[in-house]
Ligand binder design. Sequence first.
Ligand SMILES: Cc1cc2nc3c(=O)[nH]c(=O)nc-3n(C[C@H](O)[C@H](O)[C@H](O)COP(=O)(O)OP(=O)(O)OC[C@H]3O[C@@H](n4cnc5c(N)ncnc54)[C@H](O)[C@@H]3O)c2cc1C
Length: 1004
Amino acid sequence: MTIANPAVAHAARSDAGLQAAIEQHGNRIFDRIADARAPLFTARGVYGRLMDWAMKDEAFKTRLFRFVDVLPCLGSNAEIVRHLQEYLGDAAIELSPLLKGGLAVSGLAAPIVGPAVRANIGSLARQFIAGGDTKELCATVRKLHAGGFAATVDLLGELVVTDAEAAHYRQRNLEALDALAAAVQKMGPPCASDIGPDGVSLPRVNLSVKISALHAHINTTAPDESLAALKERFRPILRRASETGALINFDMESYALKNFMLRLFMELLDEQEFARRPDMGIALQAYLRDGPEDLDRLIAWARRRERPITVRLVKGAYWDYETILARQRNWPVPVWARKPESDLAFERMSVRLLEHADLVRPAFGTHNVRSIAHAIAETEHRGFDPRTIEFQMLFGMADPIKEALRAEGWRVREYCPAGELLPGMAYFVRRLLENTSNEGFLKHTFADHAGRTRLLADPAMLVAKAGASAGARSPAPVRFANEPPLDFSLPEVQQGFARALGRVRGEIGRDHLPCIDGRPVRTAAFIDSVNPARPAEIIGRAGCATSAEADAAVAAARRAAAEWSRTPAETRASILDTAAGLMRERRLDLAALEVLEAGKPWAEADADVTEAIDFCVFYAREMRRLGGFHPNEQVPGESSVTHYLPRGVAVVIAPWNFPLAILCGMTAAALVTGNTVIMKPAEQTPVIAARLFEILREAGVPAGALHFLPGRGEEAGARLVEHPLVDLIAFTGSREVGLRIAETAGQTVQGQTGLKKVICEMGGKNALIIDSDADLDEAVPGAVYSAFGFAGQKCSALSRLIVLEGIRERLMERLIGCAEGFTVDAPEKPRARMGPVIDGEAHRRILATIEEARRTATLAWQGALPDTGAEGGFFVPPTIFTDAPRDSRIAREEIFGPVLTVLAAGDIGGAIALANDSGFALTGGIYSRSPANIERVREELAAGNVYINRPITGAIVGRHPFGGYKLSGGGTKAGGADYLRHFMIPRSIAENLMRRGFAPDVED
Ligand SMILES: Cc1cc2nc3c(=O)[nH]c(=O)nc-3n(C[C@H](O)[C@H](O)[C@H](O)COP(=O)(O)OP(=O)(O)OC[C@H]3O[C@@H](n4cnc5c(N)ncnc54)[C@H](O)[C@@H]3O)c2cc1C
């Protein structure tokens, strides 16, 4: 055979020579496809026109594709017509008068319009689907075979949220292997695309698998466990493939799973049983900056193991997703920023593959004639048998190119998705986006009719011309940038966090005394802070301040108030920036401490630290904006300005559930606005509070401006609130305590010189509506996370899930299946998605609430608890109730634990009314794909933070100013532009500038 060995050198060739060869091959393909038009671009009738409009008008495209996305789950003709009108009937959309007229009256003819729309879009989608069931699929494979094309089969249904769905996906794969094996038996000799370089048939059954669909709860933070589970599920597929002589290919999915998938691939193939069989392949994505490195790693592994594999090189299907996600999280964007960079990487990786073609069979998954011609030129240049490589293309796309390649004697494999329309629709929408993408080769070729010179241009030249995309690895912060969360899918992050836990554990158990005027105060009593997952473990002891220390702290704060208020705003702001920097340096240790002291799982603890950093940076920036003098309306002869004064002495009373972020946010806001502050942390989390106090002092807050006062709420806290010399109380916590504080602070006592300002954030009984057309693949995990994240101990946590009647049963099944994967365990273990509740009191209270609810409502599901043995731990099982009476405790009162009540509503109006039937108004939201229903929620849902098509917890500083109204809070919005003003008093100064009829700057 003429296959290469890397040791075999081939003659060097100039860039110009390569380009000439590419143009020659490219032009040959173009000549062959000159008269052809890809089906999508020739679709007749109204749908062809729709695609035309979609390519011309981005707004219309979005609406059309969103409609296509929701269509399969619409249960009636009336629903189809309603959505059609909502998406496309808008006058703002420039449609043809005919279509617009048609949409306007379509409601009258729903029984005709509905089925017609479904049939038409269905048939459009089916262009890309090789078969609705195994029989159809096998017929397609047979037809392809007759035309000289090989196939790889992909079973649609990639998103699973329950283990039952994952098991079903595996079963379908096993059945497909059997059916395909039987089908190829009957097909006679292999077709030309099935014959490899040595003239021997390649595996004729080729199955592409989406690994994530085999496991509903992959946890990349604890990869070992998920890997073990996936291997277990995957082995039967590999065994069946060995028996049937099939090749199994791992499709590549999102970047978050990439390292995990590579590890799974290599570890499985390292197993004795699979060291030689079955044939295996994996897709690698050239749009990833890591692409070449991963390919080298894979090649080196294959060489060591002498394990032949197939690599399907693709550019990558999730470019927008990866880019948006990374930008949202302020992470380095993992994909190339410019299209020619991906094209260039594809070519470089193609060469690398060819250099190792003796061991790694190259498969090029592309429809781009330039990328194809490059692979051909490089193959020929090496003198390889053309059968060394194969081209892979998607079913229903670029058929003329496939034909051209076959005619030129190249092996071509079609990627054949099979399955029902509902899961197929997500795949279809991806294909529509790809076909209409402005960056896409197919659109340039078949719709825009771009010239060959442009289509065959060397990407290296285009990249050189444009310059490398700047800063994509470390995006330049745009104004305020949130601190990026840790990416726990990275092994080095996992190891770093585990080390931090060890380090912090070595430092626990110390005493943390109140500190007034920079001096520690010895107290008679102490409060033990314990690890809620192991109550015997003392994280630290806090000196318990009494009324006497509270009085001393107020006096000290009062003494320092004038000087701190005169400190320039810029100085105060830069102290916060310094504090943010210190927290950034110590972020792992701070988060690890939260794991131990507050029982937060890793990612939740990390989020609390990043939020604290964000508060410092954001409020520093806001104070720079608000400092100085702001002109009022001006007239000639007068200067009028407003500026902001601090209120004086501020008391900050913080909760334990965000032990760093909330304490830090309220303290930072009070300090930066020029108030002196007494920090009273929650009894359960004084150790993390002590760390914050040290950081703020180290950053430069003077001793008199900040005092640390751990103690009991009933004593030290109460004294601070009623103290006549306190001007401001910033409180976050329960409604009960919040209302008491508001009441006490409202009473003027002897010696008081001003009105007390209360900034008060309390609880919620938060509702999430699941509309009948919601995308349950997203809604279900979103609801589970909102309800059970940090054991439901967030004031924003979901406690009432309101479901539209029609989908109730299906939702419950998926909700429970998804909740099963929400692992409860000691939070220091990376597998834990949920830890314990905060203390024994909460533990007893929540369990009692569950017991009581069992008598009035139906217990739909309860999760399992970890076996903690003698260590105990305040674990409460995540619990879901249905059929709760509307006036029952679980339907009305805040539980602050992992208890979810599912309620049903007949229609959207009823759902909103149910959601609003609460004394609280904190967070709330909806999952829906109806623009009209989303609009109603925007307008009518009573919540300070309304979330649409996303979880209802996890507010981010600057992006989601946070806080509620009604009995949830005073509408002060932490992390928003209005927040700091509440900590200050505006003061206006007007000066008459006229002296004897003369004033400066009089304009005509
Ligand atoms: C047989 C087959 C199997 C496939 N399997 C997988 C798979 O397992 N995993 C997977 O992720 N994808 C897979 N794909 C999808 C594939 O990644 C896309 O179809 C492919 O990227 C389209 O590329 P192209 O070369 O055909 O077209 P082109 O039009 O040349 O390239 C389009 C691609 O360029 C990239 N791109 C677009 N805009 C930019 C930009 N601004 N900056 C940088 N890059 C950009 C994107 O990757 C986009 O998809 C497969 C494709 C085929 C044909």
